[in-house]
Design a protein around this ligand. Structure first.
Ligand SMILES: NC(=O)c1ccc[n+]([C@@H]2O[C@H](COP(=O)([O-])OP(=O)(O)OC[C@H]3O[C@@H](n4cnc5c(N)ncnc54)[C@H](OP(=O)(O)O)[C@@H]3O)[C@@H](O)[C@H]2O)c1
Length: 265
């Protein structure tokens, strides 16, 4: 009997539930749509419950999915505990976690304070605590799970100082430190949790500036990019659904860069 699944079956997320943090953000809102379009029920989270609910209610549900919003601040352990528990009570099960939210650091290496640096690194703590909650849930129900952590090209390579000089402050040293740590945390968790049928991968965007980004900086980034342009949020959709779905069932501990070739130079 041929048990090989078709490509559309492998990418199909129908019957799965995905929790996505920072679901109302620039990239998060596109990621939320991609999960819903692939058939998943989406638990959209934000620090602001109303924003989370607004995102959830905007998502397509042609397969009869049940999307809803939950408040989670991943810098606050009690918010993680309450938010995850509420999400589980309402959804019954969670199969996919996308740790996308990020409390941004705006200070660069010339001005960052110790508190700002530590606060930036605390994003990794939040990613870990949420990931462990999903792993424990997956083990308790003897089901699998896919965890995706948002990294960055700047977790793999150093900054490109010429893009910023005289236009904006340098890309924050604390952000590079954070994202490099997230790329490596991915490997650690993947190794420990593989036997639990829990996959952990990192999705690392290259430059995907929003409309409010500084024009000069964007121009310089385009000149440096092998593809000569910035990423469009929809260009993360395929990679995200790949990592979330059975299409990547033998992939764990990896960092998938979607960067127009930036890190290939
Ligand atoms: N855009 C890029 O070029 C780029 C490149 C590489 C990597 N990335 C990564 O991709 C992810 C999304 O970036 P983005 O450009 O979409 O940024 P964004 O528009 O600023 O979205 C970030 C989201 O994080 C949420 N957030 C902030 N503090 C949080 C906290 N304490 N707990 C939970 N969520 C929190 C915010 O949601 P609420 O305010 O609703 O809570 C916000 O919507 C980030 O991890 C970022 O580092 C982005």
């Amino acid at each position: 009997m041929n048990t090989e699944r078709s490509i559309s079956q492998l990418f199909d997320l129908r019957g799965r539930t995905a929790l996505l943090t920072g679901a109302g953000g620039w990239l998060g809102s596109t990621m939320a749509r991609s999960l819903a379009e692939a058939g998943a029920s989406v638990i959209a989270t934000s620090r602001d419950l109303k924003r989370a609910e607004a995102v959830a209610s905007s998502l397509p549900s042609s397969g009869g999915q049940n999307h809803f919003g939950i408040a989670i601040n991943h810098l606050d352990d009690s918010s993680i505990q309450t938010g995850f528990t509420d999400a589980l009570l309402r959804a019954g099960r969670i199969d996919i976690l996308v740790n996308n939210g990020n409390a941004a650091c705006t200070s660069d290496l010339t001005t960052v304070t110790d508190d700002e640096f530590n606060q930036t690194l605390a994003n990794a703590t939040g990613y870990f605590l949420l990931a462990r909650k999903l792993r424990d849930h997956a083990v308790s129900r003897s089901g699998g799970a896919s965890i995706i952590l948002l990294g960055s090209m700047y977790g793999v390579v150093g900054s490109y100082p010429d893009a910023y000089a005289g236009a904006v402050s340098a890309s924050p040293v604390a952000y590079h430190t954070l994202k490099g740590g997230i790329v490596h945390m991915t490997r650690h968790l993947a190794v420990y949790w593989a036997k639990d049928n829990v996959r952990v991968n990192c999705l690392s965007p290259g430059p995907f500036p929003s409309a409010s980004a500084n024009d000069t900086m964007v121009e310089r980034l385009c000149e440096k990019s092998p593809m000569g342009r910035m990423g469009r949020p929809e260009e993360l959709k395929g990679a995200l659904v790949f990592l979330a779905s059975d299409a990547s069932s033998y992939v764990t501990g990896q960092n998938l860069l979607v960067d127009g070739g930036w890190t290939a130079w």
